[in-house]
Design a protein. Structure first.
Length: 95
């Protein structure tokens, strides 16, 4: 998993202690079904770099999660604002 690799690199560089890395990892949960995100406070999407796919995911997530859920993306080639433009709530926090 990419998170494990990132944690290992961070530990190797001495930027994070093993205890802090373990504590951070214990607060993350990867899911395979959108329904598992219903109570999430933070959603970090890592879907394929395809605008239609991202917009479909954001629309589905908006209908599922609470109004205070924060959305984040790892996208590198698609604007987060454009991806989220299909969402009904105009003030959705995007990171």
């Amino acid at each position: 998993m990419a998170l494990d690799r990132t944690r290992t690199i961070t530990l190797d560089k001495g930027k994070l202690s093993a205890d802090a890395a373990q504590a951070a990892a214990s607060r993350l949960q990867a899911v395979t079904e959108l329904a598992e995100l219903a109570d999430a406070d933070l959603v970090i999407e890592a879907i394929v770099e395809n605008l239609d796919a991202k917009q479909a995911l954001y629309a589905a997530l908006e209908a599922l999660v609470g109004p205070d859920c924060l959305f984040a993306t790892n996208t590198s080639s698609i604007s987060a604002r454009i991806s989220a433009s299909v969402m009904l709530v105009s003030a959705v926090p995007m990171v």
